[in-house]
Design a protein around this ligand. Structure first.
Ligand SMILES: Nc1nc2c(ncn2[C@@H]2O[C@H](COP(=O)(O)OP(=O)(O)O)[C@@H](O)[C@H]2O)c(=O)[nH]1
Ligand SMILES: [Mg+2]
Ligand SMILES: [Zn+2]
Length: 336
């Protein structure tokens, strides 16, 4: 068992404004030195299902976390009853610093950000080639969110038994994003599963996409039933293969070789929080060209230095076009 030991808790050392004069704080919070590390697998109405060693522990957040919410993927410190037995409820007393944060806002005008998943390395953007029709604008938005969050994007195109991927591949070719194409037959005989697996090894991958594109089908093919049962959430998948919870759900890949995180269907992906300068970091061929840009350049304005950068032959014009298409998804209204 890994223990948090004498780690300093940022909540304890943060100085607080003194509301009533200079009265010193008399109450010193216990440090919870016996806290044990766990990972949040799913969240349901304030109840967090956590993996602690090989046990599933149900927990709620401790009062002292204040407004901080733990989300799926979070590494947390837990105290209390950690037996994982029925009707026990432990408490989350700390959330470890996150290596990444995938955020979204409900729509672009909404300043309220929600953290979808913490600590993911990769964002698998799942789109069906048909039924439902691909929505390039939604894919673009997911890409921007991935670049902004510093996650490696992976395009997963499902249902190639219904429509070939050529048209969609053409649209994303210049972005050099890794992709996998899957079909029902290849999911059944394991070929598609192997191809997807090869892209996931050792990493934490969040799967997002519109509902009906085949996320849960894919995740179920990747994670054997006994591992899914481990989380106690095998029942969240109905007979029709639909995931009924509203939270994401983290599932371990076989051989402890990474995690997949299934997320509920996505209708829109608000990008209010996105910073173009973080997005451009994902374009190493263009990034040095921004040195001559005006301050806070949107990279899509007359003084943008990237046009000259491309004209001078430093990068392919198609890449600049693609970057601008992505950045402009923030200005356009959603829909197809
Ligand atoms: N034809 C075809 N149908 C698929 C494929 N993958 C999933 N489906 C079907 O698409 C529907 C939605 O799948 P589901 O996994 O629930 O999508 P989710 O909402 O993204 O989780 C189900 O009826 C699946 O059987 C595929 O590769 N080919
Ligand atoms: Mg689903
Ligand atoms: Zn610029």
């Amino acid at each position: 068992m890994r223990r948090y030991g004498k780690n300093t808790d940022e909540d304890d050392i943060r100085s607080r404004p003194n509301r009533k004069g200079n009265r010193p704080r008399t109450h010193i919070r216990p440090k919870h030195e016996d806290a044990v590390e766990g990972m949040v697998l799913t969240v349901d109405r304030g109840r967090l299902t956590c993996l602690v060693d090989d046990r599933i522990v149900l927990a709620m957040k401790a009062r002292e976390l204040g407004r901080k919410a733990a989300v799926v993927g979070d590494r947390v410190a837990i105290v209390g009853d950690l037996t994982g037995q029925k009707d026990t409820l432990a408490r989350i007393v700390r959330i470890a610093e996150r290596t990444s944060v995938l955020r979204r806002t409900a729509d672009d005008d909404d300043p309220y950000e929600r953290v979808v998943v913490a600590n993911a390395d990769q964002l698998a953007i799942v789109t069906a080639l048909a039924d439902p029709e691909p929505r390039p604008r939604l894919i673009d938005r997911c890409l921007v969110a991935a670049f902004d969050a510093g996650l490696e994007p992976l395009l997963v195109m499902t249902k190639s038994d219904l429509t070939p991927p050529d048209k969609l591949l053409e649209l994303y070719g210049d972005l050099d994003i890794p992709y996998v194409v899957t079909s029902r037959q290849e999911l059944e005989n394991g070929d598609a599963t192997d191809r997807v697996r090869a892209q996931l090894d050792g990493r934490i991958t969040a799967f997002i996409g519109h509902s009906g594109v085949g996320k849960t089908t894919l995740v179920n093919a990747l994670v054997p039933e006994d591992r899914r049962r481990l989380t106690g959430h095998v029942n969240a998948v109905t007979g029709r293969g639909r995931h009924t919870t509203t939270s994401a759900l983290a599932l371990p890949l076989p051989d402890d070789d990474g995690w997949v995180i299934d997320t509920p269907g996505l209708r829109s992906f608000g990008l209010h929080h996105v910073d173009p300068s973080r997005v451009i970091n994902a374009f190493p061929d263009l990034e040095p060209g921004t040195e001559g840009c005006p301050r806070a350049c949107s990279h899509d304005e007359p003084d943008c230095a990237l046009d000259q950068w491309v004209a001078d032959g430093h990068a392919d014009p198609a890449r600049l076009y693609s970057l601008r298409r992505l950045l402009s998804t923030r200005e356009r209204t959603e829909g197809d």
